[in-house]
Design a protein around this ligand. Structure first.
Ligand code: RP5
Length: 171
């Protein structure tokens, strides 16, 4: 088992169907993770303890997902020296997702949260891997391979589209 380097936290277990994408891609990159529920509103004492201690436990990056009045990523960023990646989630108490998005995105100067697109937990995982990879050549090699596979997949589709023509093309 590799040591835990990325902590994936979310405001509620209802966020897990989205946040599990971050866990899956980080496991693919062979990066040690932990997954927890930390709620800014329902477990504020846990939030403080978690955010003040994560770097002392060897965590390098925190991915925090929340929806609606999504205060979790920003509050964790206010208390932790670690990079925090925020995942806005369109959740049961979201109006349309913009509420989650803007709650996480519009941080004041001095307290950044790297915000990914709505529900884009997979991208949060990839960004965390890129941060870890800047100090770990094995992880960086896996990120390079991942990107090269993305390129190959698109070029294969392009060939198929050019050959079939846009009317006959089937995904
Ligand atoms: C937020 O409220 C959570 O991050 C979740 O997205 C949303 C709804 O939570 P539940 O009522 O489903 O537990 O704090």
């Amino acid at each position: 088992m590799s040591k835990v380097q990325v902590s994936i936290i979310m405001g509620s277990d209802s966020d897990l169907p989205i946040m599990q994408d971050a866990a899956a891609i980080l496991e693919e990159f062979k990066i040690g993770i932990e997954v927890q529920i930390v709620s800014a509103h329902r477990t504020p004492k846990k939030l403080f303890k978690f955010a003040q201690q994560a770097h002392k436990r060897g965590i390098k990056v925190i991915i925090a997902g929340a929806g609606g009045a999504a205060h979790l990523p920003g509050m964790v960023a206010s208390l932790s020296p670690l990079p925090v990646i925020g995942v806005p989630i369109k959740s049961s108490n979201s109006i349309d997702g913009w509420d989650s998005m803007l709650s996480i995105l519009q941080m004041p100067n001095g307290v950044p949260v790297a915000t990914v697109a709505l529900n884009a937990a997979k991208n949060a995982g990839i960004l965390a891997a890129q941060i870890i990879g800047s100090q770990n050549i094995g992880v960086q090699d896996r990120v390079i391979e991942y990107k090269s596979n993305l390129e190959k997949a698109v070029l294969t589709k392009d060939k198929k589209l050019i050959k079939a023509g846009y009317k006959a093309y089937k995904k």
